[in-house]
Design a protein around this ligand. Structure first.
Ligand SMILES: [Cu+2]
Length: 151
């Protein structure tokens, strides 16, 4: 009887030591963060809108920022179709195209998008190389061009 009485606290301690093993270092503290230049999902997105009005891109130049998550929107306010044809801007860049335009892709990636009247084309990407990138509308007779400056 006395033996059993002593054994009980001992068993309880054994069980407690198994159940209450100190937790490992809390998640988040143990993993060192690797420095990266890539924007995270929580980084704010810079929205830049280019309006197309009377066969003119506005503003010109369009200013973007290298390394910045960007939503570039082209809004066609004219009653006719226009196209956005970039030169070099999207080379080697991961690109998400949306809106109600008609995008065209070739072996080198995005070629152009045709934007209907009152329509819009949206590009989500991160400009990675500072520079001056021309773009134009290749609809016959339009002769519309402007530049995007990535700072
Ligand atoms: Cu045009």
């Amino acid at each position: 009887m006395r033996r059993r009485f002593l054994l009980l606290p001992f068993l309880w301690l054994m069980a407690a030591s198994i159940l209450f093993v100190p937790a490992a270092v809390p998640a988040g503290q143990s993993t060192p963060t690797t420095p990266t230049l890539a924007p995270s999902n929580t980084d704010p997105e810079e929205v830049v809108t280019v309006t197309i009005h009377r066969r003119t891109f506005e503003p010109d130049p369009v200013k973007l920022h290298a390394g910045q998550k960007t939503k570039l929107v082209f809004y066609n306010q004219d009653v006719e179709l226009h196209a956005f044809v970039p030169v070099g801007l999207f080379v080697g860049v991961h690109l998400n195209v949306s809106g109600n335009g008609a995008p065209e892709f070739g072996t080198d990636g995005f070629k152009r998008v045709i934007i209907p009247s009152e329509g819009r084309a949206e590009f989500r990407f991160v400009p990675d190389h500072p520079g001056v990138y021309p773009f134009f509308c290749d609809m016959p007779g339009h002769e519309m061009k402007a530049t995007i400056v990535v700072e």
